[in-house]
Ligand binder design. Sequence first.
Ligand code: UDP
Ligand code: MG
Length: 314
Amino acid sequence: MISIVAPVYNEEQVLPELHRRVAGVMDTLGEPWELVLVNDGSRDRSAIVIAELNRQDARVKGISFSRNFGFQVAVTAGLDFASGDAVILTDADLQDPPELYPDMIAKWREGFDVVYGVRVSRVGETRFKLWTAKLFYRLIRRITKIDIPLDTGDFRLMDRRVVKAIRSMPERNRFLRGMVPWVGFRQTGVPYERASRYAGESKFSSVKQMLPFALDAITSFSYLPLQLATYLGFFMAGLAALAIVAVVLVRLFGPSAPLLGQATTLVAVLFLGGVQLICLGIIGEYLGRIYDEVKGRPLYLIDQLWGFEGGSDK
Ligand code: UDP
Ligand code: MG
């Protein structure tokens, strides 16, 4: 069986169309399938729409959170509940076309464990979003050891054993786009054109919405920001050693006037103070996340389930 998992946050207009398109593709394939919709504390009628879809078609199953827990957690819950031999992760807004599923499934049958959707083009996204996304993925690739494929999002098929591996990773700060490559196994990509949203609006468009995601990504896969303090420290100490020699030489052999002005001292003190505060802030970013992990709170709380009466993993 193939499970299709989609996180849902305020997508009431999109869900019936998502179901229609997914059913259209999967029924022509003739594979048994389920559509697992994770309602991430939507403020609109999404929960009601999911319940209604489940009533019409038992292959649609739903999980409703007690509040909004965020995209990564919603996807995690979907993976926890999906029972397919392969799981396809997709956005609910139809930016990831269901028409690509047959290609993905074909690759999976060939023996690949992860099949990414690789965006060859993106329609209807702002220049700002395209540009920041590009910069972000290039940066991440440089500073982390794992090989995150370029121009991929969360749209992907995963074999059951990859899903099992992801389920066994209990981390609170989840960056799935890094966790899946970390798992390993045989991974490949299929190209597709990323459509624009079917309806509604993007939940990740401003810097305020994207920055926490970027910070989670970097801190959960790289120590480089922490090591930056060490490098800077060595550089500054080296500079200071040279300055000491210079000062001694000037004192012994140079003119007798005072060597350095107040302004220079002030600038040096302020600069180093700034650098030290930045380094402390970086440590704080990691420390806060360690605190989150140590608290060990559940990742999500469930309010309602539809279609899982017959038993699930949770
Ligand atoms: N989403 C979610 N929880 C959130 C924000 C978004 O489950 O807190 C879902 C949303 O319903 C959609 C997917 O995550 O299915 C991707 O969101 P969106 O399309 O707004 O992001 P974009 O494609 O613009 O990056
Ligand atoms: Mg979208």
